[in-house]
Design a protein. Structure first.
Length: 297
């Protein structure tokens, strides 16, 4: 392994629990405040609004998210990945607002965030806590509520034939997130300034992709890449065949390989942990459908 790649791997072994960039936006609240609110809020043992959600699992789920924000995961074979990626921002930069919102949802069955009122459908109230065969998501009812409520409220053209939840909708276009919807959710829900380039179908053009990404990373804020993750995880990156974007990842760093102008190391957060990949810029351009940079207003 090249020396610079070895150093990157070693750096991954010593990262702190929160993945928020130290040069990014200052947080609105912190984990200690969120945990204090959680510990001092009285909740009913059962909820009339969420009959299939068990309180001990709900509380445990929230504590895991607050203590290990990088571990949030959309589940196996679901279309919740856009909402899991979205969660990076509140869990790292405003965990108190996230906790307040989730507690209100549990107690009242509905809640507001940044002037947006969420009133989940009866089908969503019944579904939370019942999703099965989704990996760790099976025992994380708070995440089920969070993902289902976001999908139930925010819509896009992908919902043209899938406007209401029914059993199994988490695997369909009902739960899918288009690029425009992703950017809109960040802007409306958290009040962030959002700069974006890309689309669901046509890859954006960059005169110098490396310079563009490096410049974004040097600025305060968070940079998302909208990619075809199927090919990002293939061992043989040369076997690329045109397809569609499937995933949102948070770019943490990009570095050129000395002596190889077209090859780079990228470090990114990808639902459950941090990942290091060495790819060519040519390959990265092929899988990249959007770059979104979010900054606190």
């Amino acid at each position: 392994m090249p020396r610079n790649s070895l150093l990157l791997v070693l750096s991954l072994l010593i990262i702190r629990p929160s993945l928020a960039r130290t040069t990014g936006d200052p947080p609105d609240s912190n984990r200690a405040q969120a945990l204090e609110l959680l510990d001092h809020t009285g909740l009913p043992d059962s909820s009339a609004f969420w009959p299939n959600v068990r309180l001990p699992l709900f509380i445990a789920n929230l504590k895991v998210n607050l203590n290990f924000p990088q571990k949030i995961y959309q589940g196996v074979n679901t279309n919740f990945c856009g909402y899991a990626a979205l969660s990076y921002l509140p869990l790292n930069f405003d965990p108190l607002a996230y906790t307040r919102f989730m507690l209100a949802l549990y107690k009242d069955g509905e809640a507001s965030w940044n002037g947006i009122h969420f009133r989940p459908s009866p089908e969503v109230h019944q579904a939370a806590g019942t999703l099965r065969f989704k990996g760790i998501l099976d025992i994380r009812p708070a995440d089920q509520i969070w993902f289902l409520v976001l999908a139930d409220h925010f819509r896009s053209y992908l919902n043209f034939f899938n406007r209401r939840f029914h059993p199994g909708s988490e695997d369909t276009f009902w739960a899918a997130v288009s690029y425009g919807k992703f950017n809109r959710m960040i802007r409306e829900l958290f009040g962030y300034n959002v700069e974006s380039r890309g689309s669901d179908l046509i890859r954006p053009h960059f005169d110098d992709l490396y310079d563009y990404l490096k410049t974004n990373l040097a600025r305060p804020g968070t940079t998302y890449l909208y990619v075809n993750n199927t090919y990002l995880h293939k061992k043989n990156h040369n076997k690329f065949k045109g397809s569609f974007p499937t995933h949102f990842i948070v770019l943490d760093d990009i570095r050129r390989i000395p002596g190889e102008e077209d090859r780079v190391d990228i470090i990114y957060w990808d639902y459950g942990g941090r990942t290091l990949r060495q790819v060519s810029l040519r390959f990265l351009k092929k899988i990249l459908f959007g770059v979104t940079h979010c900054t606190h207003p």
